[in-house]
Write a protein of this length. Structure first.
Length: 323
């Protein structure tokens, strides 16, 4: 199957290398070797086998996948996803996979020293100015997430605001590909696609990525359940019943993986999510408490301070002061 879209407009006998697919379950063509993939996971969760270790992906999430990826699905639960397949030459004809992988247009990141922070490098550094005399070098940065991190797949856990923004852009791509309301539909598809790519390229801050790899399948399955139900009340007893396991077996597995118990790991996930929301969004602390699975705001604040040494309000003030 060719992942491209043909024009339905009278007098436009052409096709473009962009294709949209909405699926219930794991997207169909994620291992396609001829396209990049942008995936918006709307609901559910799935587990990927990465060389004998397990990665949990839970909605809402965004995934960047290059042409070399080979995803091995282990399990999935109620997944609904929207996927944009595209060739980078749709953005600019010079951007073949060969050119991107050779990094011949990468004048910025190739000048960074190993471990150097891009934000610090930009501030007052002449190298940054020298990298962008021509638009081709700027546009090349759109593909940062597909080549720079040494991985074929990058996973993002999205906040509500990030999901809404991504959802609006992918919905716009889908509408113009499917409806083609006028002769400018190709231009709009390109614009919306560039907007998605730019949103992540421009964010030099550490995104709340789903980094964890789990060596134990039980830990991966329980972590998937935690990710999917961070808002809900979860007790140790409910976890033991759901996974038909005893307390010692469960905690031994988590201690071996993370040097902490299963419920301590859940607490860490919730605090990490709270930190992300406090840094980039404006919800009141009481609402953040609820989002992170705590019905009592005072208890949430106590847990947060135990992990960070600050109250949620103090942490937010500090983060805003850094921006």
């Amino acid at each position: 199957m060719e992942l491209k879209t043909k024009s339905k407009r009278p007098g436009m006998n052409c096709s473009i290398d962009v294709y949209y697919e909405k699926t219930k379950g794991f997207p169909t063509h994620l291992n396609d070797r001829s396209t990049y993939k942008l995936v918006l996971v709307r609901t559910g969760s799935f587990v990927i086998d990465e060389g004998g270790e397990y990665r949990v992906v839970t909605a809402p999430a965004g995934i960047f996948i290059n042409e070399r990826a080979d995803l091995k699905l282990v399990s999935e639960n109620d997944v609904v996803a929207g996927t944009i397949y595209f060739k980078p030459t749709f953005i600019r004809e010079e951007f073949t996979f060969e050119a991107i992988n050779s990094r011949k247009y990468d004048k910025f990141y190739s000048t960074l020293k190993e471990g150097e922070n891009p934000v610090k490098a930009i501030e007052g550094d002449v190298r940054f100015e020298e990298c962008f005399p021509e638009s081709i070098y700027q546009e090349y940065l759109y593909f940062t997430e597909f080549y720079r991190r040494g991985r074929d797949v990058i996973y993002y856990a999205l906040t509500a605001q990030e999901f809404d923004a991504m959802n609006r852009l992918t919905a716009s791509v889908r509408y113009d590909l499917e409806e083609q309301p006028d002769n400018f539909w190709i231009l709009r598809v390109r614009y919306f696609l560039i907007s998605i790519l730019f949103a992540t390229t421009a964010d030099f801050y550490l995104n709340f990525r789903q980094y964890e790899l789990y060596s134990d399948r039980l830990v991966a399955d329980v972590a998937s359940y935690f990710w999917e139900h961070l808002r809900d009340e979860i007790t140790l007893e409910s976890v033991l019943r759901r996974f038909s396991v005893n307390k010692n077996t469960l905690n031994d597995a988590f201690n071996k993986e993370f040097s902490m118990s299963a419920m301590s790991y859940l607490e860490k996930l919730r605090v990490d999510l709270a930190k992300r929301i406090l840094q980039f969004e404006d919800e009141p602390v009481s609402e953040i408490s609820r989002i992170c699975g705590y019905s009592e705001t005072n208890y949430f604040a106590k847990v947060f301070k135990k992990h960070t040494g600050q109250t949620p309000s103090e942490y937010r003030k500090q983060m805003k002061g850094l921006c």
